[in-house]
Design a protein around this ligand. Structure first.
Ligand SMILES: Cc1cc2nc3c(=O)[nH]c(=O)nc-3n(C[C@H](O)[C@H](O)[C@H](O)COP(=O)(O)OP(=O)(O)OC[C@H]3O[C@@H](n4cnc5c(N)ncnc54)[C@H](O)[C@@H]3O)c2cc1C
Length: 430
């Protein structure tokens, strides 16, 4: 038996980060108990677009093939639609990304985890406290099914994969302060809803308005997700001239063409919101506690990197946990996570600048509309697969001097083919 296979790990949170970590640990012979306060499969507010680097991780470990194809769909790049109607598009160089219904992603990961003997899955178990000692760490959990509190001891490490509002992060004293949290403006919010309409693009669309974006994701055949991100401190979607609107009406009001698309269509999920978003732990590993996924860092949905980052961190954790007994091994994990997070924050900051400065945004979309190559380059830089500055500058100069055939301005949206009609769509109610 190798040294690492004697380890026993508690994972708090059975979201994508926690379940993938448990699966990868089990494949290295490491035993884990996953505590999840909800029941699987777990849904969550998410744009559901997994970038190609995240899809690659899922493919590498046989998760991709287990995802229900009827609840997912590939996407081949991103299209920006500016408030002026100008559009720009960039396609991925290699394999596509994939939009996956969160519940389908959870189902696939849960099924795989259930097949592993070394994983003990505990649904409806909420973490209450940690009890770290010199040679081990214990957890106290609340069994939400029978109301009992249980103490479970003897773990070598506790992995906090419990998302944005991580209790593990707080209990371990790893909450970031305002200074080291990304995003000085704490007011970003997100919300999503699905409609039963046929996707009309093979790219994820990002519709920009001042202080608010709508991400339109082709979820599956016959289903499109509309996911919104906005500055809550600048914009109050539900308030309109003294009137209080539903969140759907309030958000779609900024995007009349998209409201026209969903008019009369059936919403297949409720509009759900989530935020405020930015969060970063002071460090990813302290004593016997490590953080992965949103528990460690989440800034904003704008770059569509959250899931990929969570998967890459789960991989990094598995590859280094056997060495956490040494300072070198701990540094390897810490540096690896920080490198991923720093890159993600730099790129997200760059994108956030454009959401808050309409003139620069219009200029950027104008530039990208003249050079799909530049746009593709930026997307690969986003995934850490290309340098942000050098070659991008070259493409930018080329775009100004020798533009590719211009991408047409966005035409008024034709009414989407409505698969199921109802009177409940926001535009229908308006
Ligand atoms: C509006 C929005 C849009 C987004 N769009 C995208 C996108 O298009 N692409 C992308 O890649 N990413 C996107 N993201 C980010 C993505 O959703 C997250 O990065 C991803 O869910 C992180 O996974 P996780 O496992 O770390 O956390 P989570 O998915 O939040 O999972 C955490 C789990 O821990 C459980 N838990 C919490 N507390 C406890 C406790 N005390 N005890 C036990 N269990 C607990 C929760 O129930 C949950 O199941 C978006 C996020 C938002 C908010």
């Amino acid at each position: 038996m190798s040294e690492s296979s004697k380890l026993r790990v508690a994972i708090v949170g059975g979201g994508p980060a926690g379940l993938l970590a448990a699966i990868l640990l089990a494949r290295q012979g490491i035993r884990s108990v996953v505590f999840e306060r909800q029941s699987w499969p777990v849904d969550k507010v998410c744009g559901e677009g997994i970038m190609p680097n995240g899809v690659e991780v899922l493919e590498r470990y046989g998760v991709l093939e287990r995802i229900d194809r009827s609840r997912s769909r590939p996407f081949y790049g991103v299209r920006y639609v500016d408030s002026t109607g100008r559009t720009a598009q960039g396609r991925f160089h290699g394999k596509p990304g994939r939009v996956v219904r969160r519940i389908a992603l959870s189902e696939a990961l849960f099924e795989i985890a259930r097949e592993e003997n070394l994983i003990d899955l505990r649904a409806k178990h909420e973490l209450c406290s940690l009890n770290e000692q010199s040679s081990s760490i214990g957890v106290e959990v609340h069994d939400l099914a029978d109301g009992a509190k249980k103490s479970i001891t003897g773990f070598d490490y506790v992995i906090g994969a419990d998302g944005l509002r991580s209790k593990v992060r707080r209990l371990a004293g790893l909450d970031g302060n305002a200074k080291n949290s990304p995003g000085k403006q704490p007011g970003r919010m997100g919300a999503r809803i699905h409609y039963a309409i046929e996707p009309w693009d093979d790219l994820v669309q990002v519709w920009w308005q001042d202080g608010i974006e709508c991400y339109v994701a082709p979820s599956s055949n016959g289903c499109v997700e509309f996911n919104f991100g906005w500055d809550n401190d600048r914009l109050h979607p539900r308030k309109n001239c003294g009137e209080v609107l539903s969140l759907e009406e309030g958000l779609f009001r900024f995007f009349p063409e998209l409201a026209a698309r969903v008019k009369g269509a059936r919403a297949t999920s409720e509009m759900r919101s989530w935020g405020p978003l930015p969060q970063r732990a002071t460090r990813p590993l302290l004593g016997r506690v490590a953080l992965i996924g949103d528990a460690g860092v989440f800034y904003d949905q704008i770059t569509g990197e959250g899931l990929s980052l969570a998967f890459l961190q789960a991989e990094l954790l598995t590859n280094s946990i056997g060495d956490w007994g040494t300072e070198r091994g701990r540094r390897r994990f810490t540096r690896g996570v920080q490198k991923l997070a720093d890159h993600y924050i730099r790129i997200t900051d760059f994108a956030m600048f454009f959401t808050r400065h309409p003139r620069f945004r219009s200029a950027m979309i104008w530039l990208l509309s003249r050079s799909p190559k530049l746009f593709s380059h930026m997307m690969h830089a986003n995934m850490g697969q290309a340098a942000l500055v050098g070659p991008a500058l070259l493409h930018a100069v080329q775009a100004v001097a020798w533009p590719a055939s211009p991408v047409p301005r966005h035409e008024a949206a034709p009414q989407a083919r409505v698969l199921e009609r109802t009177t409940h769509g926001p535009a229908g109610r308006a």
